[in-house]
Design a protein around this ligand. Structure first.
Ligand code: DGL
Length: 274
C-alpha cells in the first residue's frame, strides 16, 4: 500500500511519556509527520485493570485511526503494549509498533547479573514481562518495582512544576532493598515516562548504574517499516504559516497549556482536544 505522503505516524500514550519515544523517532525520521496522542483522560493507566486498559486503548485507537488515517501506529506506552498489543493488532488494519520492556538488551549489558526494572504496577505484573524474562534473562536476577509516583513526577516536570526529589530516592531505595538489589548495575526503564527523568534517577541510583529503554529499537523498527515511503511533514512553503504537527488530548486539562514549550521542542505546534 502506498501511503499518502502527509499521512502521519500516530504515537499513543496515556500522557507525556511517549515524547521519550518521539524524540528518537524525530532523530531518525525528521521528515515524518507525527500525530501525538495523549489519553490524559485515562491517565494513569498503571493503576487500571487489564480489562479497562484493553477496552480503552482499542476503542480510542479504532476511532482515531478511522478519523486521522495514520500510516502506522506506535503504542508508545509499555502498560498499553504489554496488555493490549495483540488485541489492537487484531482489529486495526495499519501496522502497529509496540513498546516492550528492554529486558533483552539489559541482559546483554549487565555485568553483575542483577537488573532492576521500573515500570507501572500494571506492567510489572504482566505475563508478557515474565515471558521476556524467561526468554532473555533466565540466568539473570530481575528485580521489578511498580513506581506510579514517577509517572506523576514526569508529568509535573514537563509542566515546569516542582518535583520532590524523595520520589527518585524512594524508587532507587526500594529496588536496592530487594534481595540482591545492592548489585544492580542496569535498570530497565519500562515505562515511557521514565526516560524523561533519567537525570534524576541517575542521581538517585548513584554511579555504576546504566539505564536502558526500548525507544531506540522502536525508532529503528518504524524506520524499517516505512522505508521507501514518501513524507510531507511541512507541506506548506512557509513554515511559519504551516500548522505543524498536532498533539491530541482526550481531556481538556488547563495545566496542559504549560506543556506547550515542551511540545514545541518535539515539533508539536498545535494542541487539540479529541
Ligand atoms: N507511559 C506509560 C507506560 O509506558 C504509563 C503511564 C501510566 O499511565 O501509568 O507504561
Amino acid at each position: 500500500m502506498t501511503a499518502d505522503p502527509a499521512a502521519p505516524i500516530l504515537m499513543f500514550d496515556s500522557g507525556v511519556g511517549g515524547l521519550s519515544v518521539l524524540g528518537k523517532v524525530r532523530a531518525v525520521l525528521p521528515q515524518a509527520p507525527v500525530m501525538y496522542v495523549s489519553d490524559n483522560a485515562g491517565l494513569p493507566y498503571g493503576s487500571k485493570t487489564e480489562a479497562q486498559i484493553a477496552a480503552r486503548v482499542s476503542g480510542l485507537l479504532g476511532r482515531m485511526t478511522e478519523r486521522y488515517r495514520p500510516r502506522l501506529v506506535c503504542i508508545a506506552c509499555n502498560t498499553a503494549s504489554t496488555i493490549a498489543l495483540a488485541s489492537v493488532r487484531e482489529v486495526l488494519e495499519v501496522p502497529i509498533v509496540g513498546t516492550v520492556p528492554a529486558i533483552k538488551p539489559a541482559a546483554a549489558m549487565t555485568r553483575t547479573g542483577v537488573i532492576g526494572l521500573l515500570g507501572t504496577a500494571a506492567t510489572i505484573r504482566q505475563g508478557y514481562v515474565d515471558r521476556l524474562e524467561a526468554e532473555f534473562a533466565a540466568d539473570k536476577h530481575l528485580l521489578r518495582h511498580g513506581a506510579p509516583e514517577l509517572v506523576a513526577a514526569a508529568e509535573a516536570k514537563l509542566r515546569g512544576q516542582p518535583v520532590d526529589p524523595a520520589v527518585f530516592a524512594q524508587a532507587a531505595a526500594t529496588l536496592r532493598a530487594m534481595p540482591g538489589g545492592q548489585r544492580i548495575d542496569t535498570v530497565v526503564l519500562a515505562c515511557t515516562h521514565f526516560p524523561l527523568l533519567e537525570e534524576e534517577l541517575a542521581a538517585a541510583f548513584g554511579p555504576g548504574v546504566r539505564f536502558i529503554d526500548g525507544s531506540d529499537g522502536i525508532a529503528r523498527r518504524i524506520a524499517f517499516l516505512t522505508e521507501g515511503q514518501e513524507w510531507a511533514r511541512h507541506a506548506g512553503p512557509d513554515r511559519e504559516a504551516d500548522a505543524g504537527d498536532l498533539a491530541l488530548f482526550t481531556k481538556n486539562d488547563p495545566t496542559d497549556e504549560a506543556l506547550m514549550p515542551v511540545l514545541k521542542r518535539y515539533g508539536l505546534l498545535r494542541r487539540l482536544v479529541f
